[in-house]
Design a protein around this ligand. Structure first.
Ligand SMILES: [Ca+2]
Ligand SMILES: [Ca+2]
Length: 90
């Protein structure tokens, strides 16, 4: 096969990698994610906006797998009601 015509192949493995977080739609607001090294260990971690539910922080173990550390770092509680409050109190 001509390598210029080859298509990249992807395999869905988000749940297997520990990224089973699903955005819950909040009015017309979209979701989002940011990759950064929050613990400065050289691995890109992932912060995901939750929409109608809390946001989540996933720590990269350096092998392609992630652990949800949202509760450990207070992300779940800190972002639990933020969007709901802002939308209901304008
Ligand atoms: Ca990291
Ligand atoms: Ca890490």
């Amino acid at each position: 096969m001509n390598s210029l015509l080859a298509q990249p192949q992807f395999t869905e493995r988000s749940v297997a990698a520990g990224l089973g977080f699903i955005y819950e739609e909040m009015l017309l607001m979209g979701g989002g994610a940011a990759a950064f090294d929050f613990d400065n260990d050289g691995d890109e971690d992932l912060y995901v906006v939750g929409g109608a539910k809390h946001d989540a922080l996933f720590e990269n173990d350096g092998t392609g797998n992630f652990t949800d550390v949202s509760d450990e770092y207070g992300i779940s509680e800190l972002t639990k009601y933020k969007l709901t409050y802002q939308c209901n109190h304008r």
